[in-house]
Ligand binder design. Structure first.
Ligand code: PLP
Length: 555
């Protein structure tokens, strides 16, 4: 069946706002946009239902309680279980994993093993690390190549001491789906708890925990068009019955005495305090909304987008695609040797194309693959072929622009010194007035990137003591005073940071103390319109460079 992405998109009011009409939103693995019915349900909750649940005996409290328990029943159906007692509301997948790590590990003995994978989101690593450290447990990892887990080899690392296997159903950094039937077969008959992090999977597939066969499953509503602040934990009832609660407080008790308490029945014993009630209302609307969609046609549409993404990106010379189009949860991740991922993301932002850059909360995976940051584009069902075309065209445009830049020979201004000593770059031909006279921001941005070419690579200064804290990309700044004037040298992986550094040093390098103030430099930055056009973190990065430079000058 054909899926009409345009009709689907029309249900998302954010895209209809005048400032968002041209937006290409490809940051869906981080969070999705919300349909009108979800926004309405949250507002309706506060307009018509707002009261705390369970504890009060008035009309509104009853209504709020009924709403929460109805959404719980719907959530049970949504995840493929018959029993709402197996559904726990949390703030999100992270809280769900913390809950499970705490409760499950309290059943283990020192030396017991928890098996994870190298492709986990930090949310499925750190809670287990914390438990392992405090209880003397061992963390083990599925064999991998370059960070990509080889789940087919899981038997090699299972041992009689493996008590918990907690792995992703699909990587948020690479989009790689885990082969769940194969994993189920490998784990069947083992005396352990199987936890599945379904944060990305639930955004793209109908989930059926019964057929998956896991013991526990976690997800976050905001990844599948629902509100932030609400997530689900599924746990098999006979297992949950045996587990101690995680947090203590109101709602999770049957009775409280001064020295001990009796806990409430499932699932309430795992829900201490007031839940995110409006978000639960939004989650209910979101699940209704998804129920009405043709999920198979939706998934096919997403698959065709992700295939197109990989095919088109794969044709760009030199581009290093870390993800693959097959078995993929809507994610393309890549680097390019010509540019820092952050510079490309900034360029895309200038064209109103939203992507994400960084380690994607999967540092071990990226490190094993030899990267610190990649650019990630992730699709949802409201994306169109045109979105993919605009994105790829903008990537190509940026790279073509850099190619032209790089073809212009730069005057070799000094011999780079590798032993920690350095010489300043010759920035004398850089003209701030000419930069100011550029008509558009895009022209100024291009010029700044051209300026970056005057900043040579200086391996000798790339050391922790020269690193400027507060810059989004690594930047190193050094200084000395020579015959009464201040001399500087800068280096960075990012062209934009180098360009900004060149701008700063044009104003400061070779000047005597007291001849330029912080305010004057900031004024130039503001006059150029950089503060409005650069991301906030980039502007903060410039301020960090500025502060460090004045600190080094003793000003
Ligand atoms: N697990 C995976 C695979 C994720 O992608 C994310 C979020 O990106 C999480 C866990 C954590 O989800 P949340 O931040 O909603 O708690």
């Amino acid at each position: 069946m054909k899926f009409f992405a345009d009709n689907f998109k029309q249900q998302f009011p954010l895209f209809a706002q005048p400032e968002n009409r041209d937006l290409v939103y490809l940051d869906n693995a981080a969070t999705t946009q919300k349909p009108a019915c979800v926004i309405q349900a949250i507002s309706d909750f506060y307009l018509h239902t707002n009261a705390n649940t369970h504890r009060s005996s008035h009309r509104l409290a009853r209504r709020a309680t009924e709403m929460v328990e109805k959404v719980r029943r719907d959530a049970a159906r949504f995840l493929g279980t018959a029993s709402p007692r197996e559904i726990i509301f949390t703030r999100g997948a992270t809280e769900g994993l913390n809950l499970l790590a705490h409760s499950l590990c309290s059943r283990l003995s020192p030396g017991d093993e928890i098996l994870l994978s190298t492709a986990e989101h930090h949310a499925n690593l750190v809670p287990w690390q914390m438990q392992a450290a405090s209880r003397g447990l061992q963390l083990r990892f599925v064999p991998h190549t370059g960070g990509i887990p080889q789940f087919e080899r899981i038997a090699e690392v299972l041992s009689p001491r493996t008590k918990i296997v907690s792995v992703t159903a699909g990587s948020n950094a690479l989009g790689l789906r885990t082969d769940l039937p194969a994993l189920r077969a490998a784990l069947s008959g083992q005396d352990l708890f199987w936890v599945l992090d379904g944060a990305q999977l639930a955004a793209h597939d109908r989930v059926d925990v019964a057929s998956i066969g896991c013991d526990f499953f976690v997800c976050s509503a905001h990844k599948f068009y629902g509100p932030t602040g609400i997530g689900l934990v599924f746990g098999r009832e006979e297992l949950l019955q045996e587990l101690p609660p995680w947090q203590g407080g109101g709602e999770m008790i049957a009775s409280v005495d001064l020295l001990a308490s009796e806990y409430a029945e499932l699932p309430h014993r795992f829900e201490a305090g007031t839940s995110s009630l409006a978000s639960i209302a939004g989650l209910g609307a979101c699940m209704d909304f998804l129920e009405k969609q043709d999920r198979v046609a939706m998934a096919m549409h997403e698959q065709s987008l992700v295939h197109a993404l990989h095919e088109k990106l794969g044709q760009i010379p030199g581009l290093n695609l870390l993800s693959r189009g097959e078995h993929n949860l809507g994610i393309a991740t890549f680097t390019h040797p010509r540019c820092a991922a952050i510079d490309l993301a900034q360029w895309l932002d200038g064209r109103d194309i939203a992507v994400r850059v960084g380690h994607h909360c999967a540092q071990p995976l990226l490190r094993a693959a030899g990267h610190t940051a990649t650019l990630r584009a992730s699709v949802a069902a409201y994306n169109s072929d045109e979105d993919i075309e605009r994105f790829v065209a903008a990537v190509q445009e940026f790279l073509a622009h850099l190619e032209v830049e790089d073809a212009v020979p730069v005057r070799e201004v000094h011999a780079p010194v590798a032993d920690g000593s350095w010489s300043p770059d010759d920035l004398s031909s850089l003209d701030v007035a000419a930069l100011r006279n550029k008509k558009s921001w895009q022209d100024r941005y291009r010029s700044l990137m051209a300026w970056a070419r005057f900043v040579s690579r200086k391996d000798g200064i790339r050391s922790p003591e020269n690193l400027v804290r507060g810059c989004e990309s690594s930047a190193w700044l050094v200084h000395r005073c020579e015959r009464g004037v201040h001399r500087f040298a800068i280096d960075s992986d990012s062209r934009v940071v180098k360009g900004l550094g060149a701008l700063l040093l044009t104003l400061l390098d070779g000047k005597p103390s007291g001849s330029v103030s912080r305010e004057q430099v900031q004024e130039v930055f503001d006059e150029l319109g950089l503060a409005q056009q650069l991301s906030e973190s980039r502007s903060n990065g410039f301020r960090a460079l500025l502060e460090r430079a004045f600190e080094l000058m003793g000003a």
